[in-house]
Design a binder for this molecule. Sequence first.
Ligand code: C2E
Ligand code: CA
Ligand code: CA
Length: 279
Amino acid sequence: AKACGHGNCVSYDINFTNKLRHKNDIEILLKQADFEKDFEVFYQPQFSIPHKKLVGIEALLRWNNLEMGYISPAEFIPIAEEISYINPIGEWVMGKAIRQISIWNEMYDFDLKVGINVSPVQLENKTMIPALADLMRKYAVRPENIDIEITESIAIEGEHKIKQIDTLFEGLGVSISVDDFGTGYSSLSYLKHFPFERIKIAKPLVDAIAYANYDMQIVKSIIQLAKSIGMKTIAEGVETQEQFDILAELGCDEIQGFLLGKPVPADEFEVCYFGQACN
Ligand code: C2E
Ligand code: CA
Ligand code: CA
């Protein structure tokens, strides 16, 4: 048919097949991965606005493998969730990050929070919270040093579910940040029931504030609402000074982004942020 030129259809099919193959490959490689060898946790700084004081750190998983090289977590985490492999991966990340906190605790007067991403799928797993509690005990890490990042998509689960999750983490004394706020589900109203520590304003929204008045207004509303219920806001993926200035103007509390620091390995993080100046 005309609407679907022959070449187009064929190339679509090839792309689709390649994608499936690629996904299959990732599944297989993921299951074969030697976590200690192939995985690494990177750390990205978070700063206060406007003084750019280091206030927190996000732990981000990195995966390098011989066959395919670097694969982004944005790509393999959804696959890991789908094949029910996110639990061992998530637990490994938690272990690494908590061990790192204990090392920094010994080296410095470490009073920062390290944000650990927890997939909604992991929250279904009954052993997740006990595992976190065990790790905190094992490495003698205080709950004040841990922030759990949960995506706002969890709001779909309804108030009862969120309450349950909130209670579990509250029991441990760790805080919760709502990740990727403003991308998908976004219901501002559910926030009022839960004393989350922070709202992380999603990068697509942050990207738009410099050129779209509508998005700027949305971010403004989020920040105002958060303030009114005692939650902090952090903007994700801040890349330009212009974005920074607008966020400062709007009263956003913190920022995270390439403008002030990319995710780096732990030893590099120490040199840059705990040691001398870093370029
Ligand atoms: P996320 O939780 O929203 O993490 C922030 C992502 O934005 C990270 O991508 C970070 O490198 C990136 N980023 C930060 N600042 C900037 C910026 O200024 N510009 C741009 N272009 N990007 C910026 P990353 O590390 O590739 O991770 C992607 C996603 O994979 C994460 O998004 C998170 O959803 C997931 N992920 C990463 N590590 C883990 C983990 O240990 N567990 C789980 N469950 N998910 C993880
Ligand atoms: Ca996150
Ligand atoms: Ca995010």
